[in-house]
Design a protein around this ligand. Structure first.
Ligand code: C5P
Length: 436
């Protein structure tokens, strides 16, 4: 595969968060916190009304940046620097004075307005730029995502509906609003989307507009029904697959996660496809693997399913019960060799117990047409199923074996994704090769 140029990982992206004067403004704090948690730089701009509802100090502290509030620098009103003779020659006038709206829009990779009131939607739809935020949006050439929040009557008002339709036609993006209880005591559509949903949309947009790899990851166990209430499954938590998906996302790749029933939180900013059985997982993998540069099959797919799934609950209290089990499809064995033929990279996992685990993992590496297999000896306490740490070895068809130390699943994921990038011919960024 041709080498691709890497782009900045998530940690070097900047998001401008516009906060307008809806009661949901208090949720801006959580949005900033979640974005910062992923290392994204956040620059907040607030309208005057927003500052009545949410503290600019809190948002400045959380974002670690001054919050932009005014089109005009208020300090210039008191002592215009041009008249303050004592400071002449001592300092250069700030290049940001008076151009905050331009600086804010140029510095950002994306703008998100949350909450977005009927007022800001109306202003942007009709070209009114009368304060810092509306001017910044108008001066912006990056995607703008609105998270509207307002009373249901306002949301359903014909003017707002037309403004939203107009903004959509012009390429502005929307997340929410949701239906539910509103701050005004009424119920209906108008509730701002939850901060996690907004951050999820922001990260997906950021990644969509870059040229990272397309990565498909599977995670967790599958569940095979025996009857309407009982299932056959395993103790996989899904933490390893989730760590790989989050690490790939943070490194700037566009990630799709096919997840069985997980016992851990799903990562934000990745496309998530929920499945239950091995058959469903196979269908999801087969649909999405064609466009994936990299497939990482972390899932602990159940090896068997019931030959016949009982329609009614199987009776309890019997002396013995036998259920005929038949093997599940081997998803990797079906897609691995095809992917290999067309040069797409595939990584599998092998959970092995005992001395000749290495040899068995190598057999799988070859039989399933893999570029790398991650061997996990689950008999060790520091590498147990469901834990937060793992001790894995990375085997390749060339005969290489790299034994990694016991470490967190996220640390192991970093090493796996780094090696996968190299297998995909993906070049590390200059910043990564020469850390400053
Ligand atoms: O043969 P074994 O189950 O040990 O192989 C493990 C690898 O194969 C894992 O990457 C797992 O996700 C994948 N697998 C699969 N379909 C199955 C069983 C395992 O894709 N039915």
């Amino acid at each position: 595969m041709a080498a691709q140029q890497s782009t900045a990982p998530l940690a070097r992206r900047t998001v401008t968060l516009g906060v307008t004067g809806g009661i949901a403004a208090y949720k801006a704090a959580e949005i900033v916190r979640l974005l910062r948690q992923m290392g994204i730089h956040v620059q907040v701009a607030m309208t005057a009304a927003a500052t009545r509802l949410m503290s600019a100090h809190a948002l400045a502290t959380l974002s670690e940046h001054r919050v932009a509030l005014d089109l005009f620098d208020p300090s210039l009103d008191a002592t215009p620097p041009s008249l303050d003779v004592s400071s002449w020659g001592k300092s250069q006038p700030s290049r940001e004075v008076g151009i905050d709206h331009i600086a804010l829009s140029r510095r950002a990779d994306l703008m998100v307005v949350a909450p977005a009131t009927a007022n800001i939607l109306g202003k942007v739809a009709h070209g009114i730029a009368d304060d810092l935020l509306s001017t910044t949006i108008m001066a912006s050439s990056v995607p703008v995502l609105f998270a509207p929040a307002m009373n249901v009557q306002m949301w359903e008002n014909a003017a707002v509906e037309e403004n939203v339709a107009l903004l959509r036609r012009r390429g502005y993006l929307f997340v929410g609003p949701a239906a539910g209880a509103l701050a005004c005591g009424e119920t209906g559509t108008g509730r701002m989307a939850e901060p996690t949903e907004i951050v999820d949309a922001v990260v997906r947009e950021l990644l969509k507009r870059r040229h990272g790899l397309r990565v498909l990851v599977t995670a967790g166990p599958t569940e095979e029904p025996l009857d309407p209430v009982r299932v056959l499954s395993n103790r996989s938590s899904g933490k390893m697959g989730v760590a790989i998906a989050a690490e790939a996302r943070d490194r700037g790749h566009l990630v799709t996660l096919v997840a069985g029933p997980l016992r851990c939180e799903l990562p934000l900013g990745v496309e998530r496809i929920a499945v239950t059985t091995a058959e469903e997982m196979q269908a999801a993998v087969e649909t999405h693997e064609a466009e994936a540069d990299l497939l990482v099959m972390t899932a602990a797919v159940a090896d068997y399913h019931a030959k016949v799934v009982s329609d009614a609950k199987l009776p309890s209290g019997q002396k013995a019960l036998s259920v005929d089990l038949v093997p599940n499809p081997d998803i990797l064995a079906a897609v691995g060799p095809k992917r290999r033929e067309r040069g797409a990279i595939t990584i599998g996992f092998a959970l092995e117990i005992g001395a000749d685990g290495d040899a068995r993992a190598r057999q799988k590496l070859e039989a399933k047409g893999l570029d790398m297999i991650v061997l996990n000896d689950a008999t060790r306490a520091d590498s147990a199923f469901g834990g937060d740490t793992t001790r894995v070895a990375l085997l390749t068809p060339e005969g290489d074996a790299a034994q990694l130390p016991a470490q967190t699943k996220r640390e192991a994921a970093r090493e796996i994704v780094r090696r996968a990038e190299r297998l995909c011919g993906f070049l590390p960024t200059v910043e990564e090769t020469h850390p400053s």
